[in-house]
Design a protein around this ligand. Sequence first.
Ligand code: AMP
Length: 406
Amino acid sequence: MTSATLSNPLIPGMDSLEVSGKTVLVRVDYNVPLDGTRVVDPTRIESTILTLKALLERGAKLVLIAHLGRPKGQRVEKYSLKPVVAELERCLGRKVVFAEDCVGNAARTAVDSLQDGGVALLENLRFHAEEEKNDPKFARELASLGDCFVQDAFGAMHRAHASTAGIPALLPSAAGLLVEKELKFLTGVMEDPHRPYVAVLGGAKVSDKLAVTLRLLESVDAILIGGGMAYTFLHAQGIEVGKSLLEKDRVEDAKGVLKKAAEKGVEILLPSDHLVAAEFKADSPVETTRTQAIPADKMGLDIGPATIELFAKRIRSAKTIFWNGPMGVFEMDAFAKGSIAAAEAMAAATAAGATTVVGGGDSLAVLKKTGLGPKMTHCSTGGGASLEFLEGKLLPGVAALAKKRV
Ligand code: AMP
């Protein structure tokens, strides 16, 4: 990494670690969706393979630590990381030892059994309440399993946990290749965007995206707002939104965003038409409004065709794009058109030279659905972490690594 910023201070890369013949503790983000005992979407596992292979090629043994779901400090079988082993073995092309616990005898035995080039995956960190409390004793116990530490779980770095903030204080530590890539692209859109820079925000709630929206006003040329959050903004402008999602307690905040945008000369584009239905149901008859207003007995569930055209045109002419949140209820086919059209416009813009960074689980789900993920410049593996990073916060996991720099 060449330049330091407030939220991205210089942090050591893997080259700074002596790993040959050593045991490297690697924090990975394997918080993957499971269907019983099968991994439904291996993207997060695949995203760590470059880092793992690079360390193995340099002669390291690997001890992987990760979390899955929210077991809240208890051993909960449905949150076991065991189903990840088969998928990881497939991706890595080598055997992976699984330890039934991340600390204690089970962990120690698995680590001690590793031959050169061996890989162990330890059971869910969050089976221990100490992980989320960043308990010093727990962090020390984890740290005792390795000679050095690589942080590659970008999606967990906005939390001050033992495996993000605790371990780096105890071992020689560095960012993995995935974390480096995340920081590079997110810093790029924040600090040095090519213009026009267009942010596309959607999803259910204004409250989740208020902070990032305010921060984006400092750097973007335009924000296109769709999805459920658009209705609070329309309501703030005195437009009737019927039964659509509305966060009454955020209307003043939405007014604040509109005012600040006007002061800064940032354009805020809201939907000019909508796909509406009487009920939140996949088979509810769909109508298209011709106006911004929504009838009292209807709810807006996707952006309409005129908005699609307007948004797609702005996206296609952008040179930098940041996208977080679907334009409608994309899980139902009838209301997926807006999100798909936005993704297609982004793919076209990227092909024409724009930098497109996508964050957030639901935007990534749209890309998965359309197969357009590879057409984006960067798909962030950390929804919450990428939003907090773009809010300008110094993430605890980043701060912990930055302190390690000599
Ligand atoms: P978020 O996690 O805030 O990005 O929200 C994602 C969710 O927003 C998805 O599950 C979408 O179905 C939902 N969503 C998008 N547009 C709407 C809408 N118009 N009404 C209700 N929910 C929506």
